[in-house]
Write a protein of this length. Structure first.
Length: 127
């Protein structure tokens, strides 16, 4: 629940759905399990990326997307990565990208047994 956009429901649903995070070899694999990565297709070495796959746990994906949308709409100061993404991409694409990043963060926390650290706080402390 330390991650922005993750509340009690999302945290418990993530733990229940993901279970043992070490089953997944990476955060991308966990996000793919939840249906938050682009569908890949292609031939002859050329890979084409389309929209998110929507496979996986519908409930957890919905919670992550709604949490990401709330972060984008109500944040007083956005991360520079998000500001750059909002300048280049449509709003809903940025919402899904943030949900994907949140899912990867949840996986890392579960897999390595660490607590959440906001990188913006560390950057401001060092300045």
């Amino acid at each position: 629940m330390q991650i922005p956009g993750v509340g009690l429901l999302t945290a418990t649903a993530a733990v229940a759905t993901i279970g043992d995070a070490k089953v997944f070899s990476s955060g991308r694999e966990c996000a793919a399990f939840l249906g938050l990565v682009p569908r890949q297709s292609g031939t002859g070495g050329k890979v084409r990326l389309s929209g998110i796959t929507k496979r996986g746990d519908v409930y957890l994906r919905k919670l992550l997307v709604h949490g990401a949308r709330a972060v984008l709409q109500h944040a007083k100061q956005l991360d520079p990565w998000l500001e750059g993404l909002l300048a280049r991409r449509p709003f809903n694409a940025v919402v899904v990208a943030l949900a994907n990043k949140t899912a990867r963060t949840i996986w890392a926390m579960l897999a390595y047994g660490r607590s959440y650290e906001d990188r913006r706080c560390h950057a401001q402390e060092g300045a």
